[in-house]
Design a protein around this ligand. Sequence first.
Ligand SMILES: [Zn+2]
Ligand SMILES: [Zn+2]
Ligand SMILES: [Zn+2]
Length: 148
Amino acid sequence: MASKAAGSSSSASLEQGFEEEDELLMMIQGSESGWVEARTSCDHLGSLSSDLSHIPTPDNPCNRCHHPSENWLCLSCKDVLCSRFVNKHMLQHYHQINHCVALSYSDLSVWCFACDAYLDAQVIMQLRPVYETAYILKFGEAPPFRAR
Ligand SMILES: [Zn+2]
Ligand SMILES: [Zn+2]
Ligand SMILES: [Zn+2]
């Protein structure tokens, strides 16, 4: 039933259920939203928390300085910490205890400090669930290209 070609007319009609179009959608996203440089693999995922289905909500303040928004979630210990543009508490956290993979609550991108690169959370299977959870917490609905 994969009869539907990728619609060139963008609309809100991609809500649900087209698993076969997922790859296509990701490619489209990748080329248009600045995700092109995101890595699709990372050697530092072994330290990720084993329970990433329960994470703090995106409106949590930085646990150190209480900066209210656009913080990062450490995917190893689920600490919420501010960005390098605020008080660098996530960066500090990495230097102090080497937790290198963090998810941005401002745009839901995932950064690996050790790789010094963005990771593609829609491709890397270990990151996909937490990306989806964060997306739901932030937007109140599942991402349109959700995995099964
Ligand atoms: Zn890495
Ligand atoms: Zn902070
Ligand atoms: Zn941590």
